[in-house]
Design a protein around this ligand. Structure first.
Ligand code: PAF
Length: 270
């Protein structure tokens, strides 16, 4: 595996005319990332992974500071997976000029995480924009766990870059909890509570699939989750999975949650 820190060298050494798959990450790799990488390896000739904890997407400085970092372990995982290229730039390398640090969102997109984490998606789009303007992979891979992120990136990239976006299903632990780098910040007791939240929401989804009027129980579910110790819901919303509007039916809805578990912010969708 060749490791690059500079975009110039990356462009010199990697033949982007070939079928290159790109998996952008913020490191602390888990089975969710591994499934993205395996999908890229199947679909593409060579796979490029980036590890960059993007400062512009953190709306709270302490959240950025405490974001888990495990570069040595990550490199071991990537070597074992036979990833071809790793890109680990510095913030200076990505944001050489200040103008590049944010991309604006439309007012109608300021819902859920965009509403509660002002500036977050603007920072995500800014880094994706920097990447795709400065090197040209043919395919890019994202997890459905960050579903709102996935739809915003799809929209942003659509008429701007010639690249195929691949959405990969959320990977879960045995007890249904979505894998996330942030899970490393949780204790075993916290993890049990998150698994319970996931099972409640899977159940809620199943009941709504049988009878959409069950949606009225959303408030009861919120109450039930909020009574758990050190758990606080930020939002629990049901939306149309194609366009995230509140206009949904039995076939096209998705349930979205963001909550704090012992001060760690987690998101999931069902
Ligand atoms: O999903 C993530 O890990 C990040 O938001 C991404 C897409 C790598 C951009 O920094």
């Amino acid at each position: 595996m060749i490791i690059f820190k500079s975009i110039n060298t990356l462009n010199k050494e990697v033949n982007f005319k070939a079928n290159i798959g790109f998996v952008p990450t913020m490191g602390s790799l888990h089975k969710g990332h591994i499934s993205l990488i395996k999908t890229s390896k199947k679909a593409c000739k060579k796979t490029l992974v980036s590890i960059f904890i993007n400062p512009s997407q953190f709306n709270k400085h302490h959240d950025y500071k405490k974001y888990p970092k495990n570069l040595k372990k990550d490199i071991k995982i990537l070597k074992k997976l036979k990833v071809d290229y790793l890109f680990t730039p510095s913030a200076r390398e990505i944001y050489k000029n200040k103008k590049s640090s944010k991309i604006k969102l439309k007012k109608k997109d300021k819902i859920m995480c965009a509403l509660y984490r002002p500036g977050h998606f603007e920072g995500v789009l800014a880094v994706i924009n920097q990447f795709l303007q400065r090197f040209k992979p043919k395919h890019i891979f994202f997890g459905e766990k960050d579903y709102q992120q996935l739809l915003l990136i799809k929209k942003f990239v659509k008429n701007k870059f010639k690249i195929t976006i691949h959405a990969c299903p959320t990977v879960r632990s045995k007890d249904k909890m979505a894998l996330s780098s942030r899970n490393e910040l949780l204790t075993n007791a916290d993890i049990k509570k998150s698994s319970y939240v996931a099972s409640l929401l899977f159940n809620f989804k199943r009941k709504m699939k049988n009878d959409i009027s069950f949606k009225k129980n959303r408030i009861n579910i919120i109450d039930k989750i909020n009574t758990l110790k050190k758990i606080k819901i930020e939002y629990l919303e049901i939306r149309n999975k194609i366009n995230l509007s509140k206009n949904y039916n039995q076939k096209n809805f998705k349930i979205f949650i963001a909550y704090y578990n012992n001060k760690v912010r987690l998101i999931d969708n069902y």
